[in-house]
Ligand binder design. Structure first.
Ligand SMILES: C[S@@+](CC[C@H](N)C(=O)[O-])C[C@H]1O[C@@H](n2cnc3c(N)ncnc32)[C@H](O)[C@@H]1O
Length: 216
């Protein structure tokens, strides 16, 4: 039987490892458009890991109640421990797989920050199709991830780095995914509009705020 994927072993070391590998770049990607969720009232936070973006979202969006799911119990514990009591009461933590969990929408904000890259393209497509339907008109989907730029040395550099990262996660979490899904195309195909884009590290990392067009 295939070994289960779990990020539990990384929960404690995730932040220092990230800092050693990328400095503040991933944090910049996570927070580039987070302020746009300030008016959120019902947010779905998927695979936020140790909870840094979740904590910041709760500060930015004082009226938001949040459904936070992650497959890793250790990551969820770490995320919860980051919050004070008042903020923790605004969050429903659920140990669940984004591919199969029961959504409690509608949501007016969804975040997938460095998590869709843990899914195969077909799983990512199914997740985006299913969850985009839970987004209210005018609601936001904040996405950030590594991408493969289309051509040239940037593409080569991204391929080498992604190969290394997927090898690392295969060793430490048993993740079997080997390439980033075309998340932006999937979100676009689901009818969401990219309204703000930040590109970092010469196109290696992108952070995009998508919005469901308001109903006419
Ligand atoms: C690469 S880490 C990224 C963590 C954080 N979002 C960040 O910005 O660094 C991926 C996180 O998503 C979770 N995860 C991976 N696959 C998942 C899935 N299928 N469903 C829910 N969570 C998942 C992992 O447990 C981990 O906490």
């Amino acid at each position: 039987m295939a070994k289960p994927v779990t990020f539990d072993r990384l929960a404690r070391v995730y932040r220092p490892l990230e800092w050693i590998a990328f400095g503040r770049t991933l944090e910049r990607a996570r927070t580039a458009h987070l302020d746009a969720l300030a008016d959120a009232r019902r947010a779905l936070v998927i695979g936020d890991g140790d909870g840094r973006a979740l904590a910041r979202l709760l500060r930015i969006a004082p009226c938001a109640s949040v459904h936070a799911i992650d497959t890793s119990a250790a990551m969820l514990e770490r995320a919860a421990s980051r919050l004070d009591d008042a903020d923790r009461h605004r969050v429903t933590f659920e140990q669940a797989d984004v591919r199969t969990f029961v959504a409690r929408g509608p949501y007016d904000a969804i975040t997938t920050l460095f998590v869709l890259d843990c899914l195969t393209s077909s799983d990512a497509a199914a997740v985006v199709a299913r969850l985009s339907a839970e987004l209210t008109p005018g609601g936001c989907w904040l996405w950030a991830d590594f991408v493969e730029p289309p051509t040239g040395w940037r593409r080569l550099r991204a391929r080498l780095l992604l190969r290394f990262l997927y090898w690392f996660f295969r060793m430490t979490t048993n993740l079997q995914v080997r390439e980033v899904p075309p998340a932006e195309q999937l979100l676009d195909a689901a009818g969401l509009e990219a309204v703000a884009v930040t590109e970092l590290e010469q196109g290696l990392i992108r952070s995009v705020l998508f919005r469901r067009p308001a109903a006419r």
